[in-house]
Design a protein around this ligand. Sequence first.
Ligand SMILES: [Mg+2]
Length: 396
Amino acid sequence: MKITDLKCAVIGGFPVVRITTDAGIDGIGQAENWKPNLKPHILYYRDMILGLDPTNVEAVMQRIRRMGSFKPWGAAVSAIEIALWDIAGKAANLPIYKLLGGKVRDKVRVYNGAIRFPLRDQSPEAYAEDVRKMAASPEGFSLIKQGIAFHSRMPNDIPGYYTGDPRAWGRHPHRGMLSAAGFRHTVACVEAMRNALPAHIELALDCGPGFLPPDAVRLAQAVEGMGIAWLEDMLTGDYVPYVSAAQYRDVKAKTSTPIHTGEQIYLRQNFMELIETHAVDVIGPDPLDVGGIAELKWITEYADIHGIAMAPHGTGDGIFGLAALVQVCATLPDNYIAFEYPLARPEWWYDIVDGLPDVIVKDSYIDVWDRPGLGVTFNKNAQKYLLDEDKGFFDL
Ligand SMILES: [Mg+2]
C-alpha cells in the first residue's frame, strides 16, 4: 500500500488531516480547534511521505518527526501519526488498540476539564458554584479540573494578585511572585471548591504556568490534606517551549500534593529528565501535541517503571482526538488515571461522524469500541461544512 495524498481541511475550526492510499483506504487525524493556522504546516509534510507504506507507521514517522517541536508545533506531526494508525487499523480490520499491543481495560476513565461555565467573578463562592455545575454534567465525571491562579482570571481581576503587571495578551502570560493576599485568595478558592464537591469527586487544579518555585511549594503544602488530585503546570506548561525538570523536582520533594506537568511537551526525549529524576508525580502529554499515540504509549510505559502516573491532556482534541485517546488509553499500564474529555464544538460535529456511542460517557467512563482503526469515520453530512477552498477534501 502506498500513500497517494495528504490533505488538510479546517472543519468547524479544527484542522483535519486526511491521508489517502492506492488501496482506497483513508486515515483521519485532527488537531486542536484553536490551531486553524496549522494547515500549511500540515501540508509541508506532504512531499516527505508520498509513496511510503502508511502501515509501516514508524518508518513514515522517521521522515517527519524531527520537523516538529513543542506545542503548538508538534500538532501537525501528531495528527499525521494518528491518521497513519487509522489506515493501519482499517487495513488489518482491527481497532488501533490491537496494533498497540491490545487493550488492558474495556472502559477508559475520563475527567472533565472542558465542560466549564463562565465564572461570575473570581470569588471563592463563584469557584464553588462553578465546580458544582461541572460535577452536575450528565457524564457523571468522577474527576474535575479547574483553572486557578495564573491559569485563571485571578491575576487580572484580583488587585495586587502578584508582583508583575497583569498582562492582557497571549495564553497564560503572567509570571511572578504571588502577593500574600493573592496567595490567601488562591487557597480560599481551592478550599471552597473542595468543600463544594462530594467526597467521591476528585478535584485537580490547573495552576499556571507562571509560578516561581517558592510559591509553588507554599501552595502545594497549603492544600495538603485536602486530597487534591494534582496541581498542574505550576512552573512551566501550556505553550512554554521547555520543561524545567530540576525546578519541578525541587517542588515535588517538598510536598505530598501530587505535581503534574507535560501537556506542551513534544516527544519522549523531552520527558526523559522529568521521568528519570522523578521530578513530578503525574505527566499529561496530549496525543495531538506529543507526536501521536505510539509516542504517548511509550512515554506512559517509561513513566510507569519510574512510579509516575499518566493523565493525558485532551480538552481541544475534538472527536477524532477523542477516538485516538480511547484507543491508546485502553492499552496503557496501571499508572493511567484518566484522560481529559474533549468536547467537539460546534454541536454539528456529532452529526458528521459515525461510530460514536449514543451516550459517550457513562459514570466518567467510555466503553472501548472495537471497530477498525479509530472506529469513527466521517459521513456524507460532513461535505456541507467544508470551506470553499477545501471542497475536494473528501474526493467527492
Ligand atoms: Mg493544563
